[in-house]
Design a protein around this ligand. Structure first.
Ligand code: NAD
Length: 370
């Protein structure tokens, strides 16, 4: 098969290169065994780019990110660069990628693998089989709205201001992603806001409902206030399939949902941009965790969040659902076989290194692929 699928790998800092090496192992496996061939380029981001080029993201790497089908990132940041001014910090590289690629839809699945169901802080029966997808609007809302700032008040004291603002287009484009993805899952979307106390929430609800009625009448749409959603996520999380919400509520609800699964080292994410005329979306896939400086270089980082992020890339950027499912199934297999990196270690299980976990994943893919 021709190499027409372009990937840019940005391993970044700390454990980023360690976990991304295991993603490369899976990519090589697909190339050899399934003949799914990727054209892979690699670049620097964050502290690694600062050290080499004096900037967290070079123009060349930014241009490369625009030109590929998907960017796979490890993580960036670390104590070496903590004293740099805010504008020059490693994290600015990631923020620039998100901004310039206009990655407005952040997808955070919360999936509980059977073998880890008892690692959740909730009762096993509440989370076993959980598979929900939170879609957070990422480029609008209160984190970006104007006016913003801190001002002095005439009579003394100060006032801090942020503005929650959403337009029809911003709401509809993220709701459209939610409806499209729900159509490939169990056809249910729950839209979350605070329409009871916020005008932006009233507009959010009206626009999501209108888009549903106009274009996705066959899907099931419900609306929920964000505070109730926070409560329902720990009371009965399996009632949800796809949740779509704004930047602020999504920030909190996706963190809350991810903890239902028990471990940071298991959590993938995707961020998608607008569709171009050929139907292609810019996209960046990365684990939710950071660069974990406390365990860097020890060979013990959990690579599964990065491997699962790559599976998301196969599904959302390349429509290779079967290969994505193969990887996810292999993760299920190695966990069921009792293999654990240190962060998810449980009594009676076998502790393995980052590389051994990667090897076990490709061995399990061998087993599944026959
Ligand atoms: P972190 O996610 O790096 O680590 C939090 C804890 O989880 C640590 O104890 C770490 O050892 C553990 N952990 C994280 N990922 C793991 C994995 N794959 N396997 C095993 N254990 C894992 O968060 P932090 O310590 O707050 O931040 C460290 C650095 O990472 C900071 O510079 C921060 O700015 C940066 N950061 C980057 C991103 C990103 O690149 N998207 C996200 C979060 C934090």
């Amino acid at each position: 098969m021709a190499a027409n699928k372009k990937l840019l790998i940005l391993p970044g800092d700390g454990i980023g290169p360690e976990v991304m090496a295991e993603v490369s192992r899976v990519i090589d496996w697909l190339d050899a065994k399934r003949r799914v061939t990727f054209e892979v380029s690699e670049g620097l981001v964050g502290g690694a780019s600062i050290d080499a080029h004096g900037t967290p993201l070079t123009e060349e790497t930014m241009a490369e990110a625009h030109s590929v089908d998907a960017v796979l990132m490890g993580a960036c940041g670390g104590p070496e660069w903590d004293d740099l001014p805010f504008e020059q910090k490693p994290e600015r590289g990631l923020l620039r990628l998100r901004k310039e690629m206009d990655l407005f839809a952040n997808l955070r699945p919360a999936v509980v693998f059977d073998a880890l169901a008892d690692a959740s802080s909730l009762k096993t029966e509440v989370v076993r089989g959980l598979d929900i997808l939170i879609i957070r609007e990422l480029t609008g809302g209160i984190y970006f709205g104007e006016p913003r700032g801190i001002e002095d008040l005439p009579g003394g004291g100060r006032r801090g201001i942020n503005t929650q603002v959403y337009t029809t287009d911003e709401i509809r484009r993220v709701a459209r992603v939610a409806f499209e993805l729900a159509g490939k899952r169990s056809n249910r979307v729950c839209s979350v806001e605070k329409a009871n106390v916020m005008e932006s929430g009233v507009l959010w609800r009206q626009e999501v409902q209108a888009l549903h009625d106009e274009e996705y009448p066959d899907l099931e749409l419900s609306h929920m206030y964000a505070d109730n959603c926070a409560m329902q996520l720990v009371r009965e999380p399996k009632q949800f399939d796809v949740i779509v919400t704004d930047n602020l509520f999504g920030d909190m609800l996706s963190d809350e949902a991810s903890m239902l699964t028990g471990s940071l080292g298991m959590l993938p994410s995707a961020s998608l941009g607008p569709e171009d005329s050929s139907g292609r979306r810019k996209a960046l896939y990365e684990p939710v965790h950071g660069s974990a400086p406390d365990i860097t270089g020890k060979g013990i980082a959990n690579p599964l969040a990065s491997v699962l992020s790559f599976a998301m890339a196969l599904r959302y950027s390349f429509e290779l659902d079967e290969d994505a499912a193969l990887i996810e199934g292999a993760v299920e297999d190695v966990l069921a076989a009792g293999l654990r990196t240190a962060d998810i270690m449980q009594p009676g299980k076998e502790r393995v290194s980052t590389a051994a976990m990667g090897e076990a994943i490709t061995a399990a893919m061998d087993g599944r692929a026959g």
